[in-house]
Each structure stands twice: as structure tokens, then as C-alpha cells.
Ligand binder design. Sequence first.
Ligand code: PEP
Ligand code: MG
Length: 635
Amino acid sequence: MALQTQIAAMKHSKQGTERATADSGRRAHTKERPHSLETRTEQVLTGESIGVGVAIGPAFVVREDPAPDLRERLSSLDRDEEEGRFRDAVIRSISQLGKLQARLALLPEDSQFEIGSLLDVYRRMLGPSRLQRGVIRRIAEGLSAEVAVFEETEALAQASHPPQGARAGSGEDAAAARRRADEFREIGRRLLRNLTRTPFLTLRGMPDGAILVTESLRPSDAALIDPSRVAAVVSEEGGATGHTAIMLRALGIPAVLAVAGALDAVAGGAQVVVDGDRGRIVVDPAHDTLVEARGAVATYAQDRQKLGRMRRLSSKLASGEKVLLQANLELPAELPLIAQSGAAGIGLLRTEFLFINSEELPDETTQFELYASLVEAMGADTTTIRVLDWGGEKPSEALERAGLSTLGETPNPALGLRGIRLLLKHPALLETQLAAILRASAVGPLQVLLPMVTVAEEITAARDIYERVARRLRRKGVALAETLPPFGAMIETPAAALTAGVLAHHADFLAIGTNDLTMYALAADRASADAASLYDARHPAVLRMIADVVNAALQHRTPVSLCGEIAGDPALAPLLVGLGLRSLSMTASAVPRVKQVIRSVRYEECVRLGRRVLAETDSRAIMKVLQEFGNAEVG
Ligand code: PEP
Ligand code: MG
């Protein structure tokens, strides 16, 4: 080997041992590359750009597990046992989907919606469906559960989208049919893995900060990726608008999908630059490429750091008024995000997660331990715990077993026994939760929040229970906060908004839930793709209701906050302040950007903006006013 080439190779090899920081949010990572005197020329591969910046790291190549052996067609078990195996696999699959559903809380709302509806499709397939009936019929014919599942899901997939394009149709129809076929195959794969106990995509042995290189990554696998461990993702399959891409973007993981030949081109441990913005990867990058990539990583990190610095800055308008910014929390796993975001407490703890993934109702001690740990973690900042808001639209094994779920029995779950209505119908559920919350009140400041209130009697009935539970605990000598924590009501229905004055009289505080308020005010389902264009919190009806609720609360000197998704939209923050709000609770990751905007605007400007917006009569005009305000701010 010529001297020049040897030097180049040694330099190249040294680069592999250098520290490469994937981005500011991730920890730095190192990867020893075996020293080699062999020269590697860099190789550039392109694919679909998913965004979220640039990452550098060692490749961790994961190949699909081989498909289960389906040669043994006939079952050696009796029919009931074989059917039992299938039913076990269904239960395991449903429980896994429930866990994925719970993780959706970490994503922005549009991604939650996309992935959530996909998970709903899977869950429906696993319910009493054609798929289930077909598998059981095949098992009755003597087939093993594995073969029955494979053949039934394949038959359904082919019926949806016949091979060779045997069915004519427009491009969109064909794409929808293909997606449907993929959904059947995906659920079939999940059932097969559970039947054969084959592990799902396993990242065991993957060094932190590695680049995951894989043939295909399903949304359900992507949802389980820990962004603090995986620097980037490269996959041979997938597309920029697929569910996997949405999930990766939401998790902040740089990725390039649809990279043909990635598995052949990338050896395990090879250094890879993933440029998620330009949709290209560079394997064994040359010196200049690496320098450029490091520059890009640094720039991205600086941008994030700027926002990170917001954490320490106070949340005040440029004119000095304080605006409380808190975080919504749907899973305890989000707790570190809250600390990083600089949120001043939890403005909304959705307690549904306690009921989603468990077969039994959580008892008082289980709930107490959880609430107490969150309250303790928040220190002097308040935690607002919302009691169970069960809508009947999500399956909960625990509630079903306890005979409390109305799932499937009501034609329109959003208008049925939701939230406080369900709790007052089954007061034991509310008593247990209130007892756990009251016990946690000895640990630190908290508040109790009631969901889906429509009449004042719901607040008074729940408060009676609250006070009775407190008296019982005190009689038993259980430590509670000296004065009972504030007892508040959510304003999520037009009925509540239009009678906010009455509710403000009965509640210690109000929290406006614009996600539901928008749905009920505009009669547009928040989870329906068909109604998505109608669902807009900037509709004058919604904004006027917000303004009225705030005024009613101020008149009664009742504190009021807003905790729907719009609280986390930086473009709306000045408007919400202008409508009179001083307390907003949002997804933790939104706090720094909202704070940045809050710090840049003056109170009088916000009030003027509020007045201008309330004078408009349609959403489009309101959007224009908001845009002009935003442009003026930037300019
Ligand atoms: C809301 O409806 O705005 C709200 C905060 O509650 P959830 O999104 O949990 O229904
Ligand atoms: Mg709600």
C-alpha cells in the first residue's frame, strides 16, 4: 500500500474513534472502529428525507427475523387448545397495542391522530371481526393456529388488493387498498410473533447513539424506539408520509427511509452520516464530509440550545406580567421532559394511563404511590390531577372486567357516560381515586380536576364525595394536606362554557379543555379524518367561548387556565393572553417555544390582538390576523 494511502486510511480509522454528538438533546457517544489499513471510499446513498437534522454514529444493522416455519400445517393439539393459543395471542397483541397507544401521548397531536387511528384499525381487526372468525374456522378444519393466521390474513390482504393489479382503480383507491392489505399482513405478523413468541425488533446489544439500519421499520416498532439511545434511523423501506416517518419525526429522530440497498452497503459498526434533511446517508465518510456533517450537527444543537436556555428564563411578557406555563402529562415516562422544558408544574395529569394497560382496576395504594411520586418530583410546583376521564371509546380490560365500561353499548361514546358522569354513576371508582389523591396531598401541592362537567350538580355531588373521603381518612389518622386541595372543573362542553359563571361559583378553579370544547362546539369529531377540516379551535365560536369563560372566572375571582392543545401553539399564545389567560398547560416540549413568544410580546399588544380577533367572524380571517401579528413580531 502506498504511503499516502496508508496515511489516509489511518486518518480515516481515527475519525471512527472520535466523539460524534448526534444532537444536543442526545448524549455524546463513542464508537471504537477496528483499526484497518484498508482504504474505504465513502459511499453516498439517497432515500426519502424525514427531517430532524443530521446525526453521525456507528451503524447497528438489524435484519428481520426469519418468518415462522409454516410447513407443519396440521395441528397436533385438540381444537380447543389450538383456539386457546390463538386467543392468547390476540390478548397479548391487544395489550401490546394498548402500550403503544399509551406512548402516543408523547407525540404531537397530529401524529397521535395518525398513529392512533392506525392502532384503532389493528384493534378492530383483533376484535370480533372477519379475521377472527376466519382464523377460528380454519383452526376448526384442523390447521395449526400459525397456519390459520397466516392464510386468513393473506387471504384478506389479497382480497383487499389483488396481486398484479388485477383490480383497476384510481391511484388513490389503489393506494388505500394497498394500505389495507398491509394492515392485514401487519396484524398477521404480530399474531404470528405472539404465537411463536418471536421477539419484536430487538435493539439488544445496540450501543447508545448508534444508527439503526434496518430493512423495514413498522410504526409500532418505531414507537418503541428510545430517542435518547438511537441517533438516527435508516431503512430500506417506507416513505416520507408513512406512519413510521411521522413517528420518527415526532420523536425527533433524524431518519432517511426508502434507501435502496442500505443493508448491503452498510456493515455493522461502520461510521455513517445520516442527513435527515437532505435525504441522504454517507457510509464511511471522508474527512471533508465528516467535517461538514459535524458543522451541521453543531448548528442544529445550537438552535436547540437556544430553546434549552429558555428553561432558566422567567415566563413574563415583555411588559412584565407573569404567565404561568405548565405541562400536560399523560405518562409518568414524560417526567424528565417536564424537567427539561422548564414547565412550572403539571397543569393537567391525565390519569387514564393507569387504567389502559392493566387487567385490574388500580387500587388506592397503587394510585397513591404514583401520584405521590409525581407530586414529589414537582417540588414546590403544583400538580393538577384530573380524575379518570373515561369516554368508553378506548378499550380498558380493567373497566370491562369490572363491568364499568360502556364500550360497544352506546352509539355515540363522546355523548355518553364520559368523564365525571361515569364516575358519579360508579362512585366507588371516584372514592378510590380521590382517597389516593388526598393521601398524596400530604407530599406536596396539588389540585383535583373534574372532566366533562356540564352542570353544577356534578361538581357539588363530586365535592360531597371528596369531603366525605377526606373525613374518613382523617378519622383513620391518615396524613393529608391541612386544607383540602382546590377542587376544579374542566370547561369542555358548550354547556359548561355558557354557564361558566355558575360553575366558577361552585369550583375552586376552572381549566378550559379546548380539545373537547372545539369538538362539541363545532360538532366535529376530534378523532375523525373526515371531520378534520371542520375541527378548528380558531373558529370564532370557540374563541368567544374562551373569552366568556375567562371573563366569568375573573368576575368570580376563580383562577382559570387553558390546557387544550392550542395552549402549546406559539402562534396562539399572544391571543390567549389577549383573551385574558395567565395560565397555560401544554405538551412539555412546547413550553420553551411558547415561553420565547411570551417574552417577546407586550400585554397591550396581546389585548389589541384579542379584540381584533374577536371582531372577526370566520376562522380564515382570524388566521390572517394572527399571521399578520406573527409577521409583525418577527419583523
Ligand atoms: C381537552 O379536552 O382539551 C383536554 C385537555 O382533555 P383531553 O384532551 O384529555 O380530552
Ligand atoms: Mg377533554
